[in-house]
Structure formats: C-alpha cells, structure tokens
Design a protein around this ligand. Structure first.
Ligand code: SF4
Ligand code: SF4
Length: 333
C-alpha cells in the first residue's frame, strides 16, 4: 500500500516536472540524435531506486533490470558497455520507449545543467540549459526535493541485507555535496557529521509536525539510539514497525531500547519477532540468551547463544556467556 502510494506520487510528480519545464522551440529543438541516451553520451545519469521500481511496475521487470544495467554502465571483460544505448530507446519511433515513465534525470536533461558538466557534442539544448551550482541542486531543479522525499520514504521499504542489520547507513558515507540548510534531514545530517547529535535531534523533532515522514522518524530514532534516549527511541521504533511491517529488523531496536528501560517482556517479544523473521540476527539471539541467563533459564540461554555464535562466531560476549553455561554444566555433573 505504501509502495503503491509512493509510486503513484512519483508518477504524478514526474508528469508535473515535465509540464513545468519549457517545451523546445522550433529554433532550439531536440535533434533526436539520441546521444543523451547512450552510455558514452552522459558522464552522469542518476536514477533512484523508486524510479527503477516505477519502470518495473509500469513497464516490466526485464525492462527495469536492463535499464539498471545500462545506468550502472556495466561492461564486459573486454571493457565494452553491455548497453551502449539505453535499452529503452525505441529505434522505430526514434525516441524514448518508456516516455511516460522515464526518470527524472531524463526529463530535466537539457533544461538545467550542474556547473562542471557538459552536454553531448552537438546537443541543441547545450545553448539554452540554465547552469547552477551543484550545492543548489535541490533548490534550483523543479521537483528535485519532492523526488528526494519520495526516494527516502521508498528506501525504508527495503530491509537491509543481513550484514547491515546492525550497521545502518552511516552519515560519513552519505554524499554531502548536495546537502543544504533548507531540508531538516540534511541539516540534521550535517550537524551529526559535526558531532552535534543533540542539536541534530532537535532539528528533526521540530520538523516532525510540519513534515510527517517515516524516513525522518527513522533518522531521529537512529540519533536517539546514539543519545541513549531509550524510551523515546523505543516508541519511535515501535511506530516504524507498525507502519512498515516488512521491516522486521526494526523490532530488534525496539527490543534493545525496551530492555534498557527495564521493559523485559516487551523486549523479549520484540527480540522473538526479530529472530522469527531473521533467524540469523545475531544480536537479537544474543539478547534472548542474555535475558534467559539472567532469569536462570540455562538450557534456553544455551540454545540462543549457540545460535548467536553460529550467526556471529567472532562476537566475544556470546562466546564468553556460552562458556559460562558450559562450565556450570560441567560443575553440576
Ligand atoms: S529512459 Fe528514455 S530518455 Fe532516458 S536514457 Fe533511456 S531512452 Fe533516453
Ligand atoms: S543529445 Fe540533445 S539533441 Fe541529441 S537527442 Fe539528446 S537532447 Fe536531443
């Protein structure tokens, strides 16, 4: 439902963007040379996950997969592009074969130009495109902020791969070149990068009523985890799980924060939900073992901790607790 809503919103946005941008004039028309639809034509061609998803839903999975390969400029062993030309280009009509669903960058191309980039040689749009500084991207390009908003919300629909359960995206890995002061999530990220976690959290808390967003809540919850504001963090993760039931990994965080505030039953329930959906979630397994150990349920604790050790053999805490249980069993015999 959320996915469908976001894709519909994206579709409407893309249409609006095309309507906003000036139409070509006969004196300055597109020559349909299709250079901008080739791997060598553009140095940079950004397409977000939500836009690939729209192509997948409205055109088909194969088309989306081929498009993804093209955009990634994948090459064979000889260094040739797997797709020299965009697989969506339609030779018969000499135009875009997915025109209605083509991504944002394809629509904006020719109208606006980030400084330092160039057009394919001979492109008729080169003379009229308005140049702007990269750092002003979200203010200058119509629809860019809305696309980012939808893209961020959409990113939450995909659970992380197993290796990243415990390692959500770190701000240091974020591309900061386009972050600005007008967007609260950007402002919070920049403050976070400066080590000002409390100020960053305040920015998000103040923005929440004006800009309801699950992505904003996710950023705030991550910050509150770092600030050890367990009660609020627990409530936020619980609301995220409720809104995004497929994100079972959020149960772990809700459980962790519940445990920190002494809500052991709530914590256990969240950890159990986590491992039911993600059987190799080592920390949820480890916490279940730890809780059983504290409650003198030695047999159950051993089962959880064995599983935790299999999921993460390097974790010294799991090994030490398991060792404790085994020494006790030896002592009892
Ligand atoms: S999606 Fe359409 S407009 Fe965009 S590069 Fe491919 S053929 Fe060109
Ligand atoms: S490179 Fe320019 S002239 Fe050629 S198809 Fe693209 S927009 Fe049209």
């Amino acid at each position: 439902m959320i996915r469908e809503n976001l894709l519909n919103q994206l579709s409407q946005l893309l249409r609006r963007v095309s309507e906003t941008l000036a139409k070509p004039t006969p004196e300055n028309a597109c020559a349909s040379c299709f250079s901008c639809c080739t791997a060598r034509g553009l140095t940079q061609h950004r397409v977000s996950e939500i836009e690939f998803a729209l192509v997948e839903e409205r055109v088909g999975k194969e088309a989306a997969d081929r498009f993804r390969t093209y955009i990634a400029k994948k090459q064979d062993l000889q260094g040739n592009y797997l797709y020299e030309r965009c697989p969506n280009y339609d030779w018969k009509t000499r135009g875009c074969g997915i025109y209605e669903h083509r991504p944002f960058a394809c629509r904006v191309f020719g109208h606006l130009k980030p400084e330092g980039t160039s057009f394919p040689s001979g492109c008729h749009y080169a003379q009229r495109a308005k140049a702007f500084e990269t750092k002003n991207y979200f203010d200058e390009v119509p629809g860019a902020q809305e696309l980012r908003f939808l893209s961020r919300e959409f990113s939450l629909l995909t659970p992380p791969v197993a290796a990243h359960y415990l390692d959500p995206e770190q701000p240091s890995e974020v591309d900061v070149s386009r972050l600005g002061q007008t967007d609260p999530v950007d402002r919070a990220l920049l403050l976070q990068l400066d080590g000002k976690l409390e100020e960053a959290a305040m920015v998000l808390i103040e923005a929440r009523p004006e800009q309801p967003s699950l992505y904003l809540d996710y950023c705030l919850a991550s910050l509150l985890t770092q600030l050890e504001q367990h009660e609020t963090a627990c409530a936020l993760y619980e609301s995220l799980v409720e809104n995004l039931p497929e994100r079972k990994d959020f149960h772990y965080y809700a459980g962790y924060h519940a445990l920190q505030t002494g809500q052991r039953r709530v914590a256990r329930r969240h950890f159990l939900e986590t491992v039911e959906a993600l059987p190799n979630h080592s920390l949820a397994l480890g916490f279940l073992g730890y809780m059983d150990l504290q409650e003198n349920r030695w047999v159950e604790a051993e089962v959880w901790l064995v599983r935790a050790c299999v999921a993460d053999p390097e974790n010294p805490y799991f090994r030490a607790r398991l060792q404790l249980i085994r020494e006790r069993s030896v002592g009892l015999t």
